[in-house]
Write a protein that binds this ligand. Structure first.
Ligand code: NAD
Length: 484
């Protein structure tokens, strides 16, 4: 067990640990055992103002924004290496604070390192244009950093989503303030000393800790913050967009999902059922891209459902520090209760619970919940419309391609989805007509560092990852040089 987990954690501001002015702490729990893992300082609004002042000062004096893009890229490459060197420790802490399987946590930490490398390489490849304007002169554009950016992160992929935001923001020369979720603040805090050791100047990378409604809102409201990149619930994103309106802050949002898997009749049914289990129950279903809404052709529905239940029953659930475990506990007792309420609602609304999580053997301590499968839910049931964010799938049937698309689009969300068909024309027609930011054909993979990721409709605003993310962290400046 990592020694570091048993200690008190401070925020990270101006290149050192920062305990704040209020003397308050909050507990971080280990969901697999239901006990306190660590205590973390709970900052207040005054402390947020201090951190924003530090980030703002660091931006104004150009200690990072004005070094060469190549030098920034080199520092981020070193940071990637430091993350790899600390990967075991980071993965263990991630597992202990989230409850996710250690093999997944390790992959996510390594992918976070890849993400820093990707944007390290991109740092000196972002350039403007020269433009043939009508006036006699030279007209050109520059891509300049936005300024002080607030990066607000959820609890389901704490370290990885921090990297998705921090890497492009730093590559483009911004000063950043990360606000991790209060359930899972620890791994983002470790990034502070790692960034410092890699040569990121003090004050450029900061992490503040405390409740979203107090610390998060103070950050969002501070007029010195130029941009907010938020990942979390749609309702929180909506609130942030309203608060940001006062100062016309730049905002990008990665929000909830209710993603479909569409299964046509000509597929290898057992293989698709197996992939459905991976896509719907990985991370305990606490995944914005979870394919929790299956739409299956009626001619294979029965065979598919049987196979789905069989694969779901075979999931190895237990201690997330065991490298063979596929599903750990949910993140908290409150979150488990919320999902159990959804399951009760589904039954009350007339859906058939063909896999009841109460029939699965689970460890006694910790916030475990087995996988649930519902079939034949009414089209307007809550379990079909709302994001559950837990190990629950619903299976609906369709007869025609048009009906599959109509059902897939019958949601306020539009993040991702999968379509399985051997008829490539059909698969691509469906992929193009489902209104979501990403679609996978004969695959469940929806996130690639190199490709843009984000949502249509209430799933978000803007695109992270890929070269598109660089647009989120730069302003376009036009310069005209008169030559007459
Ligand atoms: P959340 O909205 O409760 O919290 C997210 C972050 O916002 C936390 O750091 C929280 O402290 C902070 N926060 C809360 N209220 C705030 C406020 N009023 N002002 C400023 N900050 C505030 O979300 P969560 O429960 O941590 O995460 C789960 C949600 O995130 C799900 O809806 C999931 O779909 C979504 N998510 C989306 C993506 C994506 O890329 N689209 C990825 C992961 C998770």
């Amino acid at each position: 067990m990592g020694m570091q987990a048993e200690r008190r954690w401070s925020a990270w501001v101006n290149g050192s640990e920062y305990a704040g002015t209020g003397g308050r702490l909050f507990d971080v729990e280990e969901p697999a055992v239901g006990r306190t893992l660590a205590q973390v300082v709970k900052l207040n609004e005054e402390d947020v103002g201090y951190a924003v002042g530090v980030a703002s000062g660091a931006f104004e004096d150009g200690r990072w924004a004005n070094v060469s893009a190549t030098a920034r890229g080199k520092a981020l490459l070193k940071l990637a290496q430091r993350i790899r060197d600390s990967a075991r420790n980071l993965a263990e802490l991630e597992t202990r604070q989230v409850g996710k399987p250690i093999s997944d946590a390790y992959d996510e930490v390594m992918t976070a390192a890849d993400c820093f490398e990707f944007y390290a390489g991109a740092a000196n490849k972002v350039h403007g244009h020269t433009i043939p304007v009508s006036a006699p002169g030279l007209d050109y554009t520059l891509r300049v950093p936005v300024g002080v950016v607030a990066l607000i992160v959820p609890w389901n992929f704490p370290f990885l989503i921090t990297a998705w935001k921090v890497a492009p923001a730093l590559a483009m020369g911004n000063s950043v303030i990360v606000k991790p979720a209060s359930l899972t603040p620890i791994t983002a805090l470790i990034l502070g000393p790692l960034a410092q050791a890699a040569g990121v100047p003090d004050g450029v990378f900061n992490v503040i800790t405390g409740p979203g409604r107090e610390v998060g809102e103070a950050l969002v409201k501070d007029p010195r913050v130029d941009k907010i990149a938020f990942t979390g619930e749609t309702s929180t994103g909506s609130r942030i967009l309203q608060l940001a309106a006062a100062d016309i802050k730049r905002v990008s949002l990665e929000l909830g999902g209710k993603s479909p898997t569409i299964v046509f009749a000509d597929v290898d049914v057992d293989r698709v059922a197996q992939l459905t289990v991976q896509s719907a129950y990985a991370n305990g279903g606490q995944d914005c891209c979870a394919r929790s809404r299956v739409l299956v052709h009626e001619s294979i529905a029965e065979e598919y459902q049987e196979s789905l239940v069989e694969h779901a029953r075979r999931l190895k659930i237990g201690d997330p520090l065991d490298p063979d475990v596929q599903m750990g506990p949910l993140v908290s007792a409150a979150h488990r209760q919320r999902i159990q309420a959804f399951i009760r609602d589904g039954v009350a609304e007339g859906a058939q619970l063909v896999l009841d999580p109460q029939t699965i053997d689970l460890p006694e301590a910790g916030h475990y919940l087995g996988p649930a499968v519902f079939v034949k839910p009414p089209d307007d049931a809550r379990i079909v419309r709302e994001e559950i964010f837990g190990p629950v799938t619903t299976v609906q049937t369709f007869r025609t391609e048009d009906e599959a698309i109509r059902l897939a689009n019958a949601t306020d969300y539009g993040l991702s989805g999968s379509v399985f068909s051997r008829d490539l024309g059909q698969a691509l027609r469906v992929a193009h007509r489902v209104r979501s930011g990403t679609m996978s054909v004969n695959s469940i993979k929806s996130v690639h560092l190199e490709s843009p990721f984000g949502g249509f409709k209430k799933s978000g605003l803007g695109r992270e990852l890929g070269v598109e993310a660089l647009d989120l962290y730069t302003e376009v400046k036009n310069v005209f040089v008169g030559l007459d």
